[in-house]
Design a binder for this molecule. Structure first.
Ligand code: 5GP
Ligand code: MN
Ligand code: MN
Length: 325
């Protein structure tokens, strides 16, 4: 069970001299915060530690403040055959992008710390709790099991994962709030963590948002008889902004109250789309995403798709009809 695998992971990490921690592609605060929190604890114990992700090549600016010890390295600096590998918040190998090969080639154990129901159980040791509101909460359990002193730099990383994956605590239960209180007591400045992650954007964001929202569409019956709102961020729309700005468009689009499901199509390369899905409560968008080759959670999921934007929307509507509500 989970307590056993957490104890086993803590034992492996406590004895390790060389640890590689991986985050999923297009990293968010949960995957990077979890990796950096555990990485920081191991670094302090004298282990050689590196944290990396497969794509994009640059670190999102809004996440830089979490890397207080400079543990993040470019994907090319990840050893071909890592000694001990820890993979954070990543439901499938495909979500590691170009670093997926490291899992098969690892010389030692591969510890998977995750909260996706759809986790495919790659790797050798599974600390997976689909009821955890964030992977960061499971990472914190591992740190506690190791007897690590959770001070501000570590707490900041865990808090960042918790606050983002719970939608700013909107979806958080009492235990997550208690953990948040413990983290804040170490001196974490909640506002300075959350503003760059959730609220602040360069001015160019406003222009991009206005162009994209002007073309958003509402279909009041597409999601099993419920509303679907969608917006398209083409490569031209995204030219002047960072990936963080594009990722946050879904948080505005989903505010349409007529919609049970919100979707944002993000063009990564010409004719290749990453799609974010959000639901309010009646539709399981993980099922919808899985029909289309993706995954995620009940209320937040995603998939990638080749084709024109209209084809993506048609495929999405088809999957919504099949899954129903
Ligand atoms: P987001 O819309 O924030 O990128 O992703 C929301 C959730 O969906 C995340 O939990 C993420 O794991 C999952 N997700 C997003 N895109 C994909 C994808 O292409 N494949 C899979 N398997 N999951 C995805
Ligand atoms: Mn994530
Ligand atoms: Mn997560």
């Amino acid at each position: 069970d989970l307590s056993t695998t957490i104890a086993e992971a803590a034992r492996l990490l406590a004895d390790a001299h060389d640890v590689t921690l991986l985050s999923h592609i297009n990293p968010d605060a949960d995957t990077l915060g979890s990796a950096l929190a555990v990485g920081l604890a191991l670094h302090r114990r004298g282990a050689a530690v590196r944290v990396a992700f497969g794509e994009p090549e640059i670190v999102p600016e809004s996440l830089k403040a979490l890397d207080t010890a400079g543990l993040l390295v470019h994907r090319d600096e990840v050893p071909e055959e890592p000694e001990l590998l820890v993979v954070m918040d990543t439901g499938s190998l495909q979500r590691l992008g170009p670093l997926a090969s490291r899992v098969e080639r690892a010389k030692g154990p591969v510890i998977v710390i995750d909260h996706h129901v759809s986790n495919t159980r790659y790797g050798t040791l599974h600390c997976i709790d689909e009821h955890a509101e964030a992977t960061a909460l499971i990472a914190l359990r591992v740190l506690d099991e190791m007897g690590v002193e959770v001070d501000e730099p570590i707490a900041r990383c865990i808090y960042a994962g918790l606050v983002t994956d719970t939608g700013g605590f909107r979806k958080a239960g009492p235990a997550a709030h208690e953990t948040a209180a413990r983290l804040l007591q170490t001196g974490v400045d909640a506002y300075s963590v959350t503003r760059p992650l959730m609220d602040a954007h360069p001015f160019a964001y406003l222009g991009m948002l206005s162009r994209v929202l002007a073309k958003a569409e509402l279909d009041e019956r597409a999601a099993g008889g419920l509303g679907l709102v969608h917006a398209v961020v083409g490569m031209d729309d995204a030219r002047d902004v960072r990936s963080e700005e594009v990722e946050s468009v879904i948080d505005v689009v989903r505010s349409a109250s007529e919609a049970e499901v919100a979707a944002v199509l993000k063009e990564l390369r010409p004719g290749y789309w990453s799609v974010s899905l959000r639901a309010v409560g009646q539709v399981d968008v993980r099922e919808v995403a899985q029909v289309l080759g993706g995954g995620g959670h009940r209320l937040a999921a995603g998939f990638t798709f080749d084709g024109a934007a209209e084809q993506v929307v048609a495929a999405l509507k088809g999957a919504l009809e099949r899954v129903g509500s």
